[in-house]
Design a protein around this ligand. Structure first.
Ligand code: ATP
Ligand code: MG
Length: 459
């Protein structure tokens, strides 16, 4: 069953031919020669595969799930490819839904689980489906299994598990690359990165997640084409950011993004400051945040994009606020202005939906407030809906080397003790105990109202 290309690949040791020659004949790995068993496939995915097969269609598992099963990882989800048209798929299932405008797909629902079923698609035809830059504009032309394989991104992502005979179908030398531990772009590197520059991000994500290496050309292409990310809509880069940073391998992924200068394209304000690291900032804070995030995901604890962005953009915000303060602006308004400016600039590249950015701002704006604990301020802060996130962020800053240990300890204790003890803690702060900049304008205001000042003397 070995095609001529495969044979040549096997014979030319170490220097494999680029799998851009579409041979027409796939390598078929029979059930007896691979490790994927039906026990490893979810019941729901099997249900979809068998329903399609019984209706006379071709049905395959494809993409990350086949790759992950072959590598011995548990797949995140199961994707199905078929020759049935989306409308035909939709008719076969009671709880299915046609989705997508650009790509029509069918989602088959089983409670909270969703199996995505995609009809084989053809690669974009040069002239009418790509724009001036070579970017894919339309990708909704149905095709054969073979065409579907060649339009996928990496060889290891183009493996198909056939439900008819449990074999694996490989058109692009994906099995060879999997065995060699290589992420290799299918086809001509420049063309494929131009078609969709997000493939560069995906390549690094798979390196971090799977511990595979980049093939030489796939790697060189990233250095040469990093700038193409500038053309990707900010909303898509937000989605990609979540996959890069909130799926358990953020620390490694981040190092890779920086190494290949993709981080510079997505987060230019932070990247500019990462290059001029000072006293362990900001790299330390961001890396600590990412390591914490990875640990939380590992322990099945929730993570939020709001906190991630607070860490990603902290250094530009901190420095901008500092500058505003040097120019005479009080701390709290300076932080608010800096937050708005940095977020405003950032969303030109990577969007951040309002429901998250509001929380990100709260986390930052609470930072100066947490230093001001006298009177009712500490109690007010404690009641703030985002207190916990702001406190965690303060602890992160301290962990990263800012001299905030005492303040963090104070807040840790304050949350733990009784109301009476809390009051004692506040009282014992005295005058210099973190009253801070907020007190000045209040005093000035009160000078005009002696009675009010009298009343508040006990604070
Ligand atoms: P993950 O484990 O992160 O889900 P995955 O490889 O399954 O990895 P998906 O985003 O779920 O990634 O995509 C499923 C499959 O669709 C991929 O394996 C690949 O074959 C194909 N694919 C996804 N994105 C692209 C792209 N930008 N260009 C070409 N093919 C793609
Ligand atoms: Mg997937």
């Amino acid at each position: 069953m070995l095609s001529l290309n495969k044979l040549i690949n096997k014979l030319v040791k170490g220097k494999k031919a680029q799998p851009d020659v579409q041979s027409g004949e796939p390598v078929i790995v029979p059930r007896s020669e691979h490790t994927i068993s039906r026990k490893q496939i979810s019941q729901n995915a099997l249900n979809v595969l068998y329903t399609l097969k019984d209706a006379g269609y071709e049905a395959y598992l494809v993409g990350g799930c086949v790759r992950d099963l072959l590598l011995g990882h548990e797949p995140k989800d199961f994707d199905v490819a078929t020759n049935a048209l989306p409308e035909q798929v939709d008719k076969l299932f009671r709880r299915s839904r046609l989705i997508g405008r650009r790509f029509k797909l069918v989602h088959v629902r089983f409670g909270r689980d969703v199996i995505e079923v995609a009809t084989f698609r053809a690669p974009p035809e040069a002239s009418n489906h790509v724009d001036d830059q070579g970017r894919i504009m339309q990708d909704n032309v149905y095709g054969t299994l073979e065409q579907d394989a060649w339009r996928r991104d990496f060889t290891v992502n183009a493996l198909y598990y056939n439900i008819r005979d449990f074999s694996i179908v490989d058109y692009t030398s994906g099995i060879d690359d999997l065995n060699a531990g290589l992420i290799r772009l299918i086809g001509d590197v420049e063309t494929r990165y131009r078609e969709d520059p997000v493939r560069m991000l995906r390549a690094l994500r798979f390196v971090a997640k799977l511990g595979l290496k980049l093939d030489d050309d796939t790697e060189a292409g990233i250095f040469n084409h990093a700038g193409l990310l500038a053309d990707i809509p900010p909303a898509r880069l937000f989605d990609e950011t979540l996959k890069l940073y909130l799926t358990g391998n953020a620390a490694v992924t981040h190092e890779l993004l920086c190494h290949y200068h993709l981080f510079d394209e997505m987060y230019p304000q932070t990247a500019a400051l990462l290059h001029q690291e000072q006293d362990g900032y900001p790299r330390t804070l961001l890396m600590k945040a990412l390591e914490n995030t990875d640990r939380r995901i590992d322990a099945n604890k929730p993570v939020t994009p709001a906190f991630l962005f607070a860490a990603l953009l902290w250094e530009p915000v901190r420095q901008r606020a500092q500058l505003l303060m040097e120019n005479g602006m009080p701390e709290i308004p300076a932080m608010q202005r800096a937050s708005s400016e940095v977020i405003g600039d950032q969303i030109q590249r990577v969007s951040l939906p309002k429901r998250f950015s509001l929380v990100t701002r709260d986390i930052w704006n609470m930072q100066p407030r947490l230093t001001k604990r006298q009177g009712k301020r500490a109690f007010k802060s404690l009641l703030h809906p985002k207190f916990r996130a702001a406190y965690d962020f303060l602890a992160l800053r301290s962990e990263a080397g800012e001299p905030l240990e005492e303040l963090v300890d104070w807040w840790t204790r304050f949350q733990d003790v009784s109301a009476t003890e809390q009051q004692t803690m506040v009282n014992s702060l005295g005058d210099g105990g973190g009253g801070g900049g907020n007190r000045k304008p209040r005093r000035r205001r009160r000078r005009r109202k002696p009675a009010a000042r009298q009343q508040n003397k006990g604070e």
